[in-house]
Design a protein around this ligand. Structure first.
Ligand SMILES: [Zn+2]
Length: 134
C-alpha cells in the first residue's frame, strides 16, 4: 500500500510500475499494489480504512510507503506532515491493526512521476565497456 498526494498530476500507473520494481529489488511478492490518495501524502482515513478492509479479507500487507511530491499544494497550505512523520504514522497504524511489514518513504518528481526512495541511492550511470573482466 502506497500513499500519494491527491494531486491530479500524479500518475498512478507510472508510480505503480516503480513500486513493483522496488518490491522486486526487495524480493517482496505482492499480488496487488494499492496506490491511495491522501492530502499531501499524509496518513489518513483512506489508508486506515483500506488497511482494515484488507485485514478483514485476510489479504497480507507486505509493504507500505508514503511518497511526497514536489510542487505540492498541501505544503503551501501547511497541510503536509514531514516524511518521517508519515512513516511513523504508517508504522503506528500497522501496529494498531497488529500487522507488520516494511515501511518506506520517498519522493516523486511531479513533472516526470519519477520515484526516488529515501533509503536507496540515486541510480548511478555505469558505463558499458568491452572486456571489463570478471
Ligand atoms: Zn500534493
Amino acid at each position: 500500500m502506497v500513499i500519494v498526494c491527491v494531486d491530479p498530476r500524479l500518475n498512478h500507473e507510472l508510480i505503480r510500475i516503480q513500486v513493483r520494481q522496488r518490491l522486486q529489488r526487495d524480493r517482496i511478492r505482492a499480488e496487488r499494489v494499492y496506490i491511495l490518495n491522501e492530502v499531501g501524502g499524509n496518513v489518513g482515513a483512506n489508508f486506515r480504512q483500506t488497511a482494515q478492509l484488507l485485514k478483514r479479507m485476510g489479504e497480507p500487507i507486505v509493504f507500505c510507503a508514503a511518497l511526497h511530491h514536489d510542487d505540492c499544494l498541501a505544503v503551501r497550505e501547511g497541510e503536509r506532515a514531514e516524511l518521517s512523520h508519515a512513516a511513523q504514522g504508517l508504522a503506528s497504524e500497522l501496529a494498531r491493526l497488529e500487522l507488520q511489514c516494511p515501511v518506506a518513504t520517498g519522493e516523486i518528481r511531479t513533472e516526470h512521476n519519477h520515484v526516488r526512495w529515501s533509503d536507496e541511492r540515486a541510480p548511478v550511470y555505469v558505463p558499458f565497456s568491452f572486456g571489463a573482466g570478471s
